[in-house]
Ligand binder design. Structure first.
Ligand SMILES: NC(=O)c1ccc[n+]([C@@H]2O[C@H](COP(=O)([O-])OP(=O)(O)OC[C@H]3O[C@@H](n4cnc5c(N)ncnc54)[C@H](OP(=O)(O)O)[C@@H]3O)[C@@H](O)[C@H]2O)c1
Length: 185
């Protein structure tokens, strides 16, 4: 359950070969990993890349969809913003904790502002078409906690070790310094 109003976090999962996505969804099928994601972001305001948003069946209210497309119409409870900074600012204004939930381009643009990164390292290699961005500089982070579990991956019908890690950024960039013009919509 999300807590810590005013805290900006990112959350994502990455395979051993650096993949995060395949054909608009995840490269793996690990129900416990999905449940961990849902549990962690419950009650938070979400900042979501347009492609990730379009792949989601259910999008909670107070979700901010980052897109440069003026004409994009979004579901009730969601709002389009034209930059990551505008999305973070609007999400913070809800008074809820804030989670950046991907995809790759959002992590690349938002990580500097994040206090925490909930990163699940899946210790298997999977075919993918979306890669975790190299732009995220892990030297800026310290590992705060880690829980290791061996879980069933259903596409390959094999067990895989998953490291549920939480990193804290030593000196996140203050969002107030950014250009925070909100897009209409
Ligand atoms: N493993 C995980 O934890 C995880 C988490 C989330 C997503 N994913 C996967 O990642 C893949 C999608 O990632 P992606 O990087 O291709 O797409 P994405 O980040 O979800 O969305 C990209 C779109 O977001 C908008 N955007 C991104 N950066 C922007 C910026 N700085 N300013 C304004 N708009 C911006 C643009 O939308 P417009 O084109 O509309 O302007 C861009 O085309 C999917 O396969 C998804 O399943 C994996």
């Amino acid at each position: 359950m999300a807590k810590d109003a005013g805290v900006i976090s990112a959350i994502g999962a990455v395979s051993a070969n650096g993949m995060i996505g395949l054909e608009g969804w995840l490269p793996w099928d690990i129900p416990e990993e999905l449940a961990y994601f849902e549990r962690t972001v419950a009650g938070a305001a979400l900042v979501i890349g347009r492609l990730t948003y379009e792949s989601m069946d259910v999008v909670p209210e107070d979700s901010f969809i980052v897109s440069r497309r003026d004409e994009l119409s979004v579901r009730p409870g969601c709002r389009r913003v034209d930059s990551v900074e505008a999305g973070l600012q609007a999400a913070l204004a809800t008074g809820k904790p804030v989670f950046v939930i991907g995809g790759a381009s959002l992590y690349a643009a938002a990580w500097r502002y994040c206090h925490r990164f909930y990163l699940t390292r899946i210790e298997g290699s999977y075919i993918g078409d979306s890669r975790f961005p190299e732009a995220v500089d892990w030297r800026a982070w310290t590992l705060e906690s880690e829980i290791v579990q061996v879980l069933r991956e259903h596409k390959t019908a094999s067990d895989v070790r998953c490291r549920f890690q939480v990193y804290r950024q030593l000196a996140p960039l203050p969002l107030a310094a950014a250009d925070c013009n909100l897009a209409a919509g």
